[in-house]
Design a protein around this ligand. Structure first.
Ligand SMILES: NC(=O)c1ccc[n+]([C@@H]2O[C@H](COP(=O)([O-])OP(=O)(O)OC[C@H]3O[C@@H](n4cnc5c(N)ncnc54)[C@H](OP(=O)(O)O)[C@@H]3O)[C@@H](O)[C@H]2O)c1
Length: 256
């Protein structure tokens, strides 16, 4: 029987793969057999070396996902290089922290645009390409959105982030409803507290760091590699009948 977790022969586009969670997922998908296109605004030098060490091909695409401008070009460049695209990981995202009473319109718009608006239109462009390619064994494409615990909870001092990630969980469901029968799986992963640039301010605040750690049953922050298995699963044939979920990978945080 074929390995249901194999991504052999697949092409995955990962946004924001130069660092953190995106890098961890790109390397995990490559280890499972996928070639990787990495789209982002910083050069993914380290990720390129890690992916190529697995024997898979790697393409870097310059793109600033602060607006929808690069969306179609990113899909086109991936297809031009690899001939097709099978998997999209919407990972690039930002966070802005301030009390809601003084939160600015600029911090609202920047986060909503990158974390939600651009994700929708990149996913739309991916789906159009996947449908043009047509299904193989009933599957035309796999979308994995990187959501958050704030897709389920409120958080504090991050109003646009919570709105964007709660919106992303909803978007994951509506797109699954519309596209499941067309052979496109749309799912999300909700990382818990991971040790990346995104959470540096929390780790540097001794009180927040201690209260976060106290609530994590696993007793530690997540490392980007901790998400690899969930990403490979959702991208693989093993998850062909999984639609519209937001899968927490959180060391037990939500069970608390
Ligand atoms: N760390 C956590 O605990 C945690 C928890 C839940 C969800 N997440 C989500 O996980 C995802 C990855 O975050 P991370 O924790 O790995 O943080 P990170 O290290 O800050 O990575 C964020 C990535 O997004 C890219 N990015 C941001 N704005 C961009 C733009 N306008 N155009 C292109 N790329 C852009 C960054 O590129 P640059 O390096 O160029 O800035 C970077 O590659 C985000 O969606 C985040 O919300 C993180």
């Amino acid at each position: 029987m074929a390995n249901p977790f194999s991504l052999e022969g697949k092409v995955a586009l990962v946004t924001g793969a130069n660092t953190g969670i995106g890098q961890g997922i790109a390397v995990a998908l490559a280890n499972a057999g996928a070639d990787i296109a990495a789209a982002g605004r910083s050069e993914p030098t380290e990720t390129k070396a890690l992916v190529e060490a697995t024997g898979r091909r790697f393409l870097s695409i310059k793109a600033d996902f602060g607006s929808t401008e690069p969306v179609q070009r990113v899909i086109d460049e991936t297809v031009a290089a690899f001939g097709k695209i099978d998997i999209l990981v919407n990972n690039a995202g930002i966070i802005r922290r301030a009390d809601s009473i003084e939160f600015t319109e600029a911090d609202w718009d920047a986060v909503m645009d990158t974390n939600l608006k651009v994700v929708f239109f990149l996913t739309q462009a991916f789906a159009r390409q996947a449908l043009k390619q047509g299904p193989v064994n009933g599957v035309a494409g796999k979308v994995i959105n990187i959501a958050s615990l704030l897709s389920f909870q409120g958080g504090i001092r991050v109003p646009s982030y919570t709105a964007s990630k709660s919106g992303l969980a909803g978007l994951t469901k509506i797109l699954a409803n519309e596209w499941a029968a067309k052979g496109i799986n749309v799912n999300a992963i909700a990382p818990g507290y991971f040790d990346t640039n995104n959470t540096e301010a929390l780790r540097n605040d001794a009180d927040r760091n201690a209260s976060i750690l106290a609530r994590i049953p696993a007793g530690r922050w997540g490392q980007p590699g901790d998400l690899g298995g969930a990403a490979v699963f959702l991208a693989s044939p093993a998850a062909d009948y999984v639609q519209g979920i937001t899968l927490p990978v959180d060391g037990g945080w939500l069970a608390r």
